[in-house]
Design a protein around this ligand. Structure first.
Ligand code: BDR
Ligand code: CA
Length: 306
């Protein structure tokens, strides 16, 4: 089994990612650190505990991390994920976060598991950048680091060029790229890898836990899904990372990459140097292609098997 640490801002698609990982006997979730992103860190922490409660996995420790980007004000995405950052009304948590800060929690898990550990960072990169700034050997210590973020060769979803996670904390992304060579799972692949609206509508008619999963897959309340609110097939961005860990559905290319700093449309945009025009940029492994049907089948099977 692959040991995975989640760094996350749940978030509907974060909730699906976590559910699929928890459902798999090929992955052991060794902990969850939370970060501000889709909503404030109080809420993402509450939501992480609530997701674990929904899936009867309160044994997984949750640590509350950074409450905002390294040097900017937080911008959230509650209009997509729901007020409080999640849809579907999962149960109130009975558990509490551990007392350790999320950044220290990440460093501790790295110390404990070393190269058996994969870090999956599916919110803004603030916690990971901070952990890396404290401990430069961190990337060399772990097996793999996956980031969900960026729009490498495709349009963004916050500005014409920038994806949400990278837009929220671009300085953190730069810091991570300087210190590590992560696998970057961005909109280039996640927008292509959808779950059919019809499947989500079917799940909304089932019992728990699938019903609430339907709300997360559809970024909508169950009643609204039943009333035909889904605009179409849904990209479940963060879950694509987990499907790739399980089934190798993505093709990556290791290239130098620039990150847009400053403000305006290029804030948090990334530009992969596909032609090799530069020699002074850090490199990353950018996902550029996805096996769409293998991806869809794995997500749907995992959810039906919960
Ligand atoms: C990313 O932004 C967030 O809203 C989602 O949870 C995902 O991590 C997609 O752009
Ligand atoms: Ca997320």
């Amino acid at each position: 089994t692959q040991k995975v640490l989640f760094d996350t801002d749940p978030g509907c698609d974060d909730a699906v990612a976590l559910s699929i990982a928890l459902a798999s006997d090929e992955i052991e979730v060794v902990g969850v650190s939370t970060v501000a992103g889709n909503t404030a860190v109080e809420n993402t922490t509450h939501n992480a505990l609530s997701i674990l409660e929904h899936l009867d996995r309160t044994d997984v420790p949750v640590a509350r991390g950074c409450e905002g980007p390294l040097c900017r004000d937080l911008e959230t995405a509650e209009e997509i994920h729901g007020p409080g950052g999640i849809r579907g009304d999962p149960p109130e948590p009975t558990g509490e976060p551990v007392s350790q800060h999320g950044v220290e929690f990440i460093r501790d898990r790295v110390g404990e598991y070393g190269d058996d550990l994969t870090i999956v960072a599916i919110g803004p990169q603030t916690n990971l950048a901070t952990a890396l700034a404290i401990d430069e050997d961190l990337p060399a210590t772990v097996d793999d680091i996956y980031l969900m973020g960026g729009a490498a060769l495709c349009p963004g979803n916050v500005t014409p060029a920038a994806e949400f996670n990278f837009y929220v904390d671009p300085e953190a992304v730069s810091r991570v790229f300087r210190g590590a060579t992560p696998k970057v799972v961005g909109l280039d692949v996640t927008e292509a890898a959808t779950v059919p609206a019809r499947t989500i509508e079917e799940l909304a008619e089932e019992d728990e836990p699938q019903r609430t999963l339907a709300a997360w897959l559809g970024y909508s309340e169950v009643e609204a899904i039943r009333d035909g609110a889904l605009a179409g097939d849904q990209a479940i961005h963060d879950a694509t990372v987990i499907v790739d860990i399980l089934d190798d559905v993505l093709d990556y290319r290791e290239v130098p990459v620039a990150v847009g700093a400053g403000d305006g449309p290029f804030r948090g945009a990334i530009a992969p140097d596909i032609e090799g025009a530069t020699d002074d940029l850090p490199t990353a492994q950018i996902a550029l292609d996805v096996d769409e049907s293998a991806h869809r089948d794995r997500i749907v099977d995992a959810i039906r098997g919960l």
